[in-house]
Design a protein around this ligand. Sequence first.
Ligand SMILES: [Cu+2]
Length: 201
Amino acid sequence: MQTNVAILRTGILTLLLCFPAGLFAQATGAVTGTVTTKKAKEVVNVVVYVDGVQGDFKPPSEPSRVDQKNLTFTPHVLPVVKGTTVSFVNSDDVLHNVFSPDECAEKMNLGTWPKGESKTFTFKQAGCHSALLCKVHPEMEGWVVVLDNPFFAKPDSSGKYTIPNVPAGKYTIKTWHQKYSEKSAPVEVKAGGSTTVDLDL
Ligand SMILES: [Cu+2]
């Protein structure tokens, strides 16, 4: 009897540990490809994203980061999923400010702060392409691109990008760049597979 109970317990435990993972793990695949731009060096400032993925996507628990370093917003373009908090860090020996003229970013103005300090802002509205500006240095400019889901990527300097773990299905791949117009292409993501979509801006 004792042994039977033990076996039963082990069996139930095994089921609990293994079954839900097998049952609920979503079938996913990757989208990959190469982006080309008129000015080759602009390719790293493109955002490639999968439009139309259904679901409720939580923002990351840790803030994303934008540096103000050598009088430059770094990265120049930061894609985030809606609800993401961004920490703006001053890494220069001068005072910097961060503000956005855009309604969708609540026309935020975070004030002015010295080296080593940071301020945060939460970007709530998907579809928002918020410019980042500094009142102290009018030449400074950056962007936060707020998206509906976390399936996005920025190409590397050779234009290659990969968006992993996309739920299998049919979607549209889209691009964002501060100057070049949007490009889009249909994509079918297959479970366990990788679909190639090249985009020329
Ligand atoms: Cu500044």
